[in-house]
Design a protein around this ligand. Structure first.
Ligand SMILES: [Cu+2]
Length: 133
């Protein structure tokens, strides 16, 4: 009788322990996965191109990579006008006029760096140009 009570107690502790271990390991797995996807995003999401299209209030590709001296062209396919405005204004970064559907603007990046930009009327539109030597 006493042994049976002890056995149930031990079994209950073991079950709780297993559940805690499962929760802990699943949490660790999901953390590792998010860490892995973050790493692959920053490593591989930049597209080597100098052409960006704007469609449905999005820059596509959103992250591009070019060499110093490259002229980047943005083409608007939306019905509304957009522009290209650097998040950190400088003479090395774009700040274009608004351009309408079917129109394009260009900017030549002459200095290496990572240039994040947005659209002035739609600040939720984000893009990045990585300029490398
Ligand atoms: Cu816009």
């Amino acid at each position: 009788m006493k042994n049976k009570k002890i056995f149930i107690g031990v079994a209950a502790v073991a079950v709780v322990g297993i559940i805690i271990a499962m929760i802990a390991s699943s949490g660790k797995d999901s953390m590792d996965m998010s860490k892995m996807s973050d790493t692959s995003d920053s490593a591989s999401s930049a597209v080597s191109t100098n052409m960006v299209s704007i469609k449905n209030y999005m820059f596509t590709p959103a992250v591009i990579k070019v060499k110093v001296g490259t002229k980047v062209t943005w083409t608007n396919t939306d019905a509304v006008s957009h522009n290209i405005v650097a998040d950190n204004p400088s003479s090395d970064a774009p700040n274009t006029k608004l351009f309408a559907k079917g129109e394009s603007v260009s900017f030549t990046f002459n200095k290496a760096g990572t240039y994040t930009y947005h659209c002035f009327p739609h600040p939720y539109m984000h893009g990045t140009v990585e300029v490398v030597n």
